[in-house]
Ligand binder design. Sequence first.
Ligand SMILES: *Cc1c(COP(=O)(O)O)cnc(C)c1O
Length: 422
Amino acid sequence: MDHFEYRDGVLHAEDVPIPEIAAEVGTPFYVYSTATLERHYRVFDEALAGMDHLICYAMKANSNLAVVATMARLGAGADVVSGGELARALKAGVPPEKIVFSGVGKTRDELRMGLEAGIRQFNVESEPELEALDEVARAMGVTAAVAIRVNPDVDAKTHPKIATGMSENKFGIPIARASEIYARARAMAGIEVKGIDVHIGSQLTDLAPYEAAFRKVADLTRQLRAEGHEITRLDLGGGLGIPYRRSNAAPPLPFDYGAAVRRTLGDLGCEIEIEPGRLIAGNAGLLVSSVIYRKQGDGREFLILDAAMNDLIRPAMYDAWHDIVPVREPGPDDPVAPVDVVGPVCESGDTFTRARALPHMDAGDLLAFRSAGAYGAVMSSEYNSRPLVPEVLVNGSSVAVIRKRPTLEEMLGRDAIPEWLS
Ligand SMILES: *Cc1c(COP(=O)(O)O)cnc(C)c1O
């Protein structure tokens, strides 16, 4: 459920008509709904009720300071994957004791940043990283709280680019070697082992891979405890999928996910950490664009938009589907016809969808890509020298520009022409 609905024939973000925002900031732009963000957090919180738990919002889905601050105000922690995200989490008001740091390639500078901030936990993904963290922590005279990410060798049955829990993937340590690596970690003066971390992929639409992974984590918890380790936290990662396509079967609900957690891990007395990103932000955002031209090709029609793959790369990168809706509500009997929806970038890959059945739209009309709040703005670039699109946050009838569109001068100002050329 989200808060983008037609009212009086016009698409609204909560109480705000989309055309009003378009008139204010120009197109294309991203718009996010506070009520939807809040609702998704609460749904997870309720799904884990009765278990000691912390929801660490996976900031890589959408790291705008205003979005992260919205989460922080609800009591969420953050899952960060770089020093930049750590800086954003702190600036947005996430308490350090609720920040976990994930990622296969944390640099020593990033490890130091985390230790200086006093974050809750490092999710360590390899032995070399464990050694580096131990060294950096000892040099600073502190100890690093650690969960070790295990790779459970489970097929998440999602797009190969976002499956992370199979032995061929770069993530985590092989679960078969966990015993040996936990023993090494225990001997390190700069390391304090707190728990186990697992994250098997993103956009999961089936609970079975989760259950399989969680059962392996439960077995490992018992084994490590028998070997004398104190395991008090289990970080289960993120990855629960969202319904990108309204006509498809809905993915499992957080409530069912919570039940699976309880069933597999509930008797271990551990604090449960989860790292949802997409499910928090995905359906809380739209990308709004205008039609520049409607073009008749050889046997196909094209809608050429002012948004492109540099603004929303998911269709080009993951063959992803986004529902596309006109901002002006079509009548129930308005005809639909197949059309290719494309951007202006000079690549055939700049195609959002092919032969999509859509109501008639023409130059100047506004349309919206649904479910664009996660892995949308954060993955955008200025390819083709198209300035980053603005982001807008709505809260009831309030509207705020939370990242403005750079001017051409600002965009060009980041380059420098060396002296020998001027
Ligand atoms: C990407 C990622 C997440 C968030 O995944 P979603 O599919 O957005 O929920 C959580 N944890 C880790 C370690 C990740 O890499």
